[in-house]
Design a protein around this ligand. Structure first.
Ligand SMILES: NC(=O)c1ccc[n+]([C@@H]2O[C@H](COP(=O)([O-])OP(=O)(O)OC[C@H]3O[C@@H](n4cnc5c(N)ncnc54)[C@H](OP(=O)(O)O)[C@@H]3O)[C@@H](O)[C@H]2O)c1
Length: 270
């Protein structure tokens, strides 16, 4: 992959001293504060991030962009945990949310970076589901924390086919509410020493995190594509289900690869 080009970067951002080949591809060094909750999305130029019925939307929206997959891998590679909503989980059967599943060519560099940062081999996948309506046979659940409700846990256990095992009990946390507050969710992750948390959405979950003032940084790839929308077609923009009233963002960096733009913003609460 040709390196991503850095067009602008705020001075004084944290630095990890990335392995040289990663820094070259990313167009410079990269780092994150600790603790941090950060989101990564790819959006079309007209603001579409989710296209129902097409499986995992990100690849379609990005046009299977190699640099987008590289950035996705890098952002996963520095995370303690990757947090997703059940809608995103259900749309991506077979996915693992590992750094190298996004960008296999950098597998060894991602391993080196995680060792350097003292992180577990892979970020822990955290799936939130009120309903418990997720497929317990998905391979991603082998190393996963499912945060659900008592009802969701019961439904999940009832769905386990004979002969298959659910993840061990400590990997399911049942919260005492129909739909839990994001603050409670984040406290639970912090209690489990998951401090640097990447959320890959989707729009419904990230909307709640933004609405609760919990998101610190937002990475958006703007893909040079237009999708359009029709009323009730189910297509979603970055944030769904909340009114954020013009929440301001603070630009931290801009990168470019051909016509793809890689934007990094801080939220006011950062
Ligand atoms: N372009 C991109 O970068 C990108 C990134 C991520 C996702 N996507 C796309 O976005 C779509 C999915 O997004 P989405 O907005 O429909 O769904 P989502 O945010 O991924 O997940 C929503 C689900 O998460 C659970 N949930 C969320 N908040 C909860 C709470 N407070 N308490 C309990 N459970 C909670 C619920 O699961 P239950 O229904 O099980 O109760 C809810 O239905 C997919 O098409 C995906 O491919 C695109």
């Amino acid at each position: 992959m040709r390196p991503i080009e850095r067009l602008f970067e705020r001075e004084g951002l944290p630095r990890f001293a990335l392995p040289a080949a990663l820094a070259k591809s990313y167009g410079g060094d990269f780092g994150l504060a600790r603790p941090l909750l950060y989101a990564n999305f790819v959006s079309s130029a007209d603001g579409v991030v989710a296209l129902p019925g097409l499986g995992e939307s990100g690849g379609v929206v990005s046009g299977n962009s190699e640099p987008d997959r590289f950035v996705m891998g890098l952002l996963r590679a520095v995370a303690d945990a990757v947090l997703i909503g059940a809608g995103t989980f259900r749309a991506a059967a077979g996915a693992l949310w590992h750094p190298e599943s996004a960008f296999p060519a950098a597998r060894e560099l991602f391993v080196e970076l995680r060792e350097q940062l003292g992180l577990r081999p892979h970020p822990l996948l955290v799936v939130v589901t009120a309903s418990g309506n997720i497929d317990p046979a998905q391979p991603a659940l082998r190393d996963c924390l499912i945060v659900t409700t008592a009802q969701g846990e019961a439904r999940l256990r009832a769905k386990v086919p004979i002969g298959t095992k659910l993840p061990s009990d400590p990997s399911i946390a049942a919260l005492d509410a129909q739909r839990f507050e994001c603050r409670v969710l984040l406290d639970l992750l912090h209690d489990r020493k998951l401090q640097v948390v990447l959320t890959e959405g989707g729009p419904s979950l990230v909307g709640q995190l933004l609405d609760a003032g919990l998101l610190d940084e937002l990475f958006i790839t703007t893909s040079p594509r237009l999708f359009g929308r029709r009323p009730s077609d189910g297509r979603k923009s970055l944030v769904e289900g909340v009114d954020l009233g013009g929440l301001p963002l603070d630009l931290l960096s801009v990168r470019r690869h051909d016509s793809h733009l890689f934007l990094r913003y801080a939220l006011g609460n950062a």
